[in-house]
Write a protein that binds this ligand. Structure first.
Ligand SMILES: *[C@@H]1O[C@H](CO)[C@@H](O)[C@H](O)[C@H]1NC(C)=O
Ligand SMILES: *[C@@H]1O[C@H](CO)[C@@H](O)[C@H](O)[C@H]1NC(C)=O
Ligand SMILES: *[C@@H]1O[C@H](CO)[C@@H](O)[C@H](O)[C@H]1NC(C)=O
Ligand SMILES: *[C@@H]1O[C@H](CO)[C@@H](O)[C@H](O)[C@H]1NC(C)=O
Length: 375
């Protein structure tokens, strides 16, 4: 055979494979077609309940969002999100109650979100959630650091704001709206000074990861005052510390607690319960969010969904551009690339968007002001 005929055959094969591959991957969001969706009666009832007075496009969109796409393309998601923003959001109290009941059943943040003297006995052994082979015995010193009971009084609040650190918050003007919430969760000692317009100032709970203590405060091995001063802005908020995730966390977390105590800080240290983390990770897996390590944002969101009547989310946005296609930073305060596991991923985001259209939480992104239809 001539060389050119080999060429034709090989090109043909490559083309065919390309075609087959393409056909196999057709189920991305854009190629979703409503005629293929079989939504069951219960789902339709729920969708209609949530969408109330919304136009038919919104009902159709909600049906579409009951499906799970195989491929996750950023542009398609941004597009979907933009469409949901044209629909009025209604809270669905029935769906809320059901979701809350599931959370209480599996994980019970009300009693077990943090380690307390009530749910953990002196001399008990806790298993680290990220290192299941390692345990720590609750000695008297540790026991005395623990709050007596779960610090949250129920009902915690009517409206809770959970504020992630995404660059989408830059220039968002969401501060005023966030500050109006009854309880505000923030992540990883997020800077708020001078950024009140975009992220607000009210803080009722802030998480602190040990990595930031080593990066910014030399693991508190030298001067501790700069750390204490940086935390004053959070007033008497709870500071949520993952003391029992990794063995290496424990020492530094206790240094944080002692530093705050020594300087007379009003912040109230609380310690994430490793068993809660294990259980809530399992829960999210069961609803399609399979992260080996949940982000602190998703962890506080889980507690909020159980403890609050209504939850509004800010700064959860896994894309490198905003809705107008403009490039944005990783965080609203810097552009340090995140460690993969520390952030909300497109798949998680999609689940959150589904919960949004079901009326279980309200996902905010983009500008808070100048959008009268959506406030
Ligand atoms: C809370 O955690 C403790 C210790 O792990 C467990 O015995 C108890 O059953 C949990 N309570 C609830 C309500 O889940
Ligand atoms: C905790 O572990 C220690 C050492 O492994 C053991 O001696 C102790 O009995 C354990 N405590 C409980 C309550 O199981
Ligand atoms: C935010 O606003 C400032 C001032 O108007 C502008 O320079 C900057 O590019 C904006 N950034 C984003 C991400 O919108
Ligand atoms: C997590 O789930 C296990 C098994 O259902 C249960 O025994 C444990 O008490 C739960 N942990 C917490 C903190 O509630």
């Amino acid at each position: 055979m001539k060389l050119w005929s080999y060429f034709v055959i090989v090109t043909g094969i490559i083309f065919l494979f390309g075609l087959i591959f393409n056909l196999m991957n057709r189920t991305d969001v854009k190629t979703f077609s409503l005629s293929y969706i079989r939504v069951n009666k219960e789902q339709i009832r729920q969708i209609l309940a949530t969408q109330k007075a919304n136009p038919p496009e919104c009902v159709e969109l909600s049906k579409l969002l009951t499906l799970t796409p195989k491929r996750f393309k950023d542009d398609d998601f941004i597009d979907l999100f933009k469409k949901t923003q044209k629909c009025t959001w209604y809270r669905n109290s029935e769906a809320n109650q059901k979701f809350r009941a599931r959370l209480t059943n599996c994980c019970n943040a009300i009693q077990n979100f943090t380690v307390t003297q009530v749910n953990t006995a002196l001399g008990a052994n806790l298993t680290y959630d990220a290192q299941p082979k390692k345990q720590i015995t609750i000695t008297e010193d540790i026991f005395n650091l623990l709050p007596q009971t779960e610090p949250f009084k129920l009902p915690l609040s009517k409206l809770c704001a959970v504020v992630g650190n995404g660059g989408i918050l830059t220039n968002s003007s969401c501060g005023e709206e966030i500050d109006q919430a009854d309880f505000v969760f923030r992540c990883n000692l997020a800077p708020i000074v001078g950024r009140g317009d975009d992220v607000g100032l009210k803080t009722d709970l802030v998480t602190a990861n040990p990595s930031i203590m080593s990066i910014k405060y030399q693991s508190l091995n030298f001067r501790r005052k700069p750390f204490w001063e940086s935390t004053k802005v959070y007033g008497k908020a709870f500071i949520l510390l993952p003391a029992f995730s990794y063995l290496s966390n424990t020492g530094i977390v206790f240094k944080v607690s002692y530093t705050l105590e020594d300087f007379g800080s009003k912040l109230q240290p609380i310690y994430l319960n490793p068993s809660y983390i294990v259980n809530i990770t399992q829960f999210w897996k069961s609803v399609g969010v399979s992260e080996t390590r949940l982000s602190s944002g998703l962890i506080v969101l889980s507690a909020a969904l159980e403890l609050c009547d209504e939850v509004w989310l800010y700064g959860f946005w896994p894309f490198s551009k905003n809705m107008e296609g403009m490039k944005i930073f990783n965080h609203y305060y810097d552009n340090v690339p995140p460690k993969q596991s520390a952030h909300v991923m497109p798949r998680e985001f999609y689940r959150l968007l589904q919960l949004h259209t079901k009326g279980i939480l309200k996902l905010r992104a983009g500008k808070c002001k100048n959008k009268p239809t959506d406030i």
